[in-house]
Design a protein around this ligand. Structure first.
Ligand code: CP3
Length: 341
């Protein structure tokens, strides 16, 4: 039994006294105690060492008391496990020296045994659960197959992922084969995470908004739906797509317990597009955390009124930015905890 079950209640659509709150990318980045560990250990060492990953996961909970923790890791551990080399370059971001550009490249990509390749994630979950001591639920996550394809084909971050989209449109057969391999790996991975103890899972489709609504159905949504189908009876699933307001209807009808919304979609529109019945999560503009704390509190209170306190999880509309002052992040969390109807 989890002591603070606000988040799990909201995922079930149950009535709550106030909505739960957590922040995407809350583990790491802007926290001084994280920056200390970051000086000493490189990125994948932090991910692969359960002591470090679990410590980083609980740091924001200790400081702010969010209603859920998210496991410190990265979406790119999946391509790594599939035998695609991934480096995290300081001041640059992800770098994949051998991107997938042809059927020949693709033939080398494996669907791995999860315990052999990603057992360290399960160990990090076990250790995190011990540290959390059932105070708050733990969220596990994965990137969407499309978002992972973006990195695998582009080889690095990009503003528009032209090479990734070009790959899908010039070599659709290969693209679908890669997406299916990622999907199969992701399903096994998320099932293992649930078995290891996570209480919910979130799928991040960070680059879904790069696709047209039709192409989104073909290259992204079909695969996310497979993941939701495979996971929904084992744990609540949250689907989040950045820039994907056009897919909110499918997301709401998918069997997912909650649907993430970014800040370019109003609460009213999000409720309308999702049919009013599914739990929504979002959608504070991450850059708005640069406003003065008093302004943040005022805007968060208004955001809760706009979404309604039930069937709602307070969050940002995308990950927290690295330059957010700790007192501003605190104002965001406190505003929710102080919320009264
Ligand atoms: O709350 C959390 O932060 C949990 C851990 C987490 C990380 N990455 C750690 C990380 C999560 C949930 C992610 C997801 C992730 N990773 C996404 C989807 C969410 C989103 O923001 O869109 C994406 C697209 C990635 C890929 C990735 N990893 C990029 C583009 C970068 C570099 C830029 C940056 O800082 O985000 C990373 C590196 C990364 N992943 C860092 C952290 C804390 C920073 C690098 C470092 O600490 O050395």
């Amino acid at each position: 039994m989890i002591k603070n079950d606000l988040f799990l209640k909201a995922l079930k659509g149950e009535t709550v006294e106030r909505p739960p709150v957590w922040m995407m990318r809350q583990a790491g980045r802007y926290l001084p105690e994280f920056m200390e560990l970051r000086k000493k250990y490189d990125f994948f060492t932090r991910c692969q060492t359960p002591e470090l990953a679990s410590e980083i996961t609980v740091q924001p909970i200790r400081r702010y008391g969010m209603d859920a923790a998210i496991l410190f890791s990265d979406i790119l551990v999946i391509p790594q496990a599939m035998d695609i080399e991934v480096q995290m370059k300081p001041n640059f971001g992800p770098y994949l020296p051998n991107p997938i550009r042809s059927q020949e490249d693709l033939d080398k990509v494996i669907v791995p045994d999860i315990q052999d390749t990603l057992g360290y994630v399960m160990d990090a979950i076990t250790m995190t659960k011990e540290k959390l001591n059932d105070e708050v639920p733990l969220i596990g996550f994965a990137g969407s197959p499309w978002t992972l394809l973006c990195y695998c084909v582009e080889g690095q971050g990009s503003k528009s992922f032209d090479k990734a989209r070009g790959f899908c449109f010039t070599q659709p057969k290969a693209a679908h084969e890669l997406l299916q391999k990622i999907t199969d790996t992701t399903i096994a991975y998320l099932k293992a995470k649930v078995k290891a103890g996570v209480n919910a899972v979130q799928i991040f489709d960070s680059w879904g908004g790069m696709l047209s609504p039709q192409d989104y159905q073909e290259f992204s949504w079909n695969y996310i739906q497979q993941i939701v189908d495979a996971l929904k009876d084992e744990a609540p699933v949250i689907v989040f797509g950045k820039g994907c307001w056009f897919a909110l209807k499918e997301m709401a009808n998918s069997g997912a317990s909650a649907v993430g919304v970014d800040w370019t979609c109003s609460a009213q529109n999000a409720r309308y597009l999702t049919g009013g019945n599914v739990t929504l999560q979002g959608n504070f503009d991450p850059a708005r955390l640069l406003s003065p704390p008093e302004k943040i509190k005022e805007m968060v209170t208004q955001m809760i009124r706009d979404f309604g306190k039930d069937k709602y999880i307070v969050n940002l509309g995308h990950g927290i930015l690295p330059n957010i002052p700790v007192e501003n992040a605190k104002a965001f969390i406190d505003a929710v905890k102080e919320y009264k109807e």
